[in-house]
Design a protein around this ligand. Sequence first.
Ligand SMILES: CC(C)=CCC/C(C)=C/CC/C(C)=C/CC/C(C)=C/COC[C@H](O)COP(=O)(O)O
Ligand SMILES: CC(C)=CCC/C(C)=C/CC/C(C)=C/CC/C(C)=C/COP(=O)(O)OP(=O)(O)O
Ligand SMILES: [Mg+2]
Length: 276
Amino acid sequence: MELKAFVEITRPHNCVLAGIVGLLGSIVAVGHFPDLKTSLLVFLVVTLGCAGGNTINDYFDYEIDKVNRPDRPLPRGAMDRKTALWYAMLLFAVGMALAYMINRYAFILAVIAYVTMCLYAWKLKPLPFIGNLVVAGLTGATPLYGAVAVEHFGLAGYLAICAFLVNVAREVIKDIEDVEGDLVKGAKTLPIIWGKKKAAYVGSFFALLTVIASFLPVKAGVGIGYYAMVPVDVIILYAAYLILKSQEREMARKSQKLLKMSIFLAVMAFLIAAIV
Ligand SMILES: CC(C)=CCC/C(C)=C/CC/C(C)=C/CC/C(C)=C/COC[C@H](O)COP(=O)(O)O
Ligand SMILES: CC(C)=CCC/C(C)=C/CC/C(C)=C/CC/C(C)=C/COP(=O)(O)OP(=O)(O)O
Ligand SMILES: [Mg+2]
């Protein structure tokens, strides 16, 4: 067993980004950084939840990942599945204990999110489009989590809408990329039941909705720092153009990676707009 697998299986890049988004939700809700203890707790509860979610996801996706992602820790043998299961439970347990230190609602929302990630990995992923909505819903819940922690909502709802829409687009396009492995496990994803072309239209439609929604905070008066969102929207539209042009695995991978880049850049833009 490789020790680095305990970090790798959590997909730390996603977890840190998610933790920042949780903190961003608190900031845009109250218009300033919350106190250090709340900031740290929000970051850790979201990061640990995302880490546990990614770990339990790989536990249940073992057969699919042997085809789609053979380089991941479980299919390559760097960690055994039973260890991954217990590790995920540990991550969730620590996250719930920390959530309890924030407030009652933050604890309840963390439990709901953690259970949802387990249900997704165990049963919901193979459901056409439902699985995509569940993952996107969890990403949309992330900024709302930060708002619940500070017991105020403010602009966090706009972040949640954008997070949800862009991740629906990305999840559908990821399913186009993963058709080969998903067929192995009998997953009935959108591209498998509707065909890759129709799924590409769905993904592009949600990408367009994301661009439209990305201007909601401007309507709410977020200032000049917000124009950093323009290049983000250009990247999102280009990702939509690519997947409409071709639904081959490599093009789907390029399109979904562009959407991930747009998420990272958008989060940085929101962070700058919230701080300056
Ligand atoms: C206009 C615009 C794009 C606004 C950004 C909205 C926003 C705040 C997005 C953040 C969403 C979020 C909480 C991201 C956390 C990291 C993440 C991408 C989570 C979803 O992961 C599921 C995915 O299937 C994992 O796959 P992979 O990234 O390939 O490991
Ligand atoms: C709101 C709280 C407390 C936590 C939220 C935690 C977050 C950010 C969740 C976002 C969604 C997420 C990262 C879920 C984890 C499970 C996961 C990786 C889903 C996608 O997995 P697959 O659909 O199998 O795709 P992969 O090919 O990437 O495995
Ligand atoms: Mg998976």
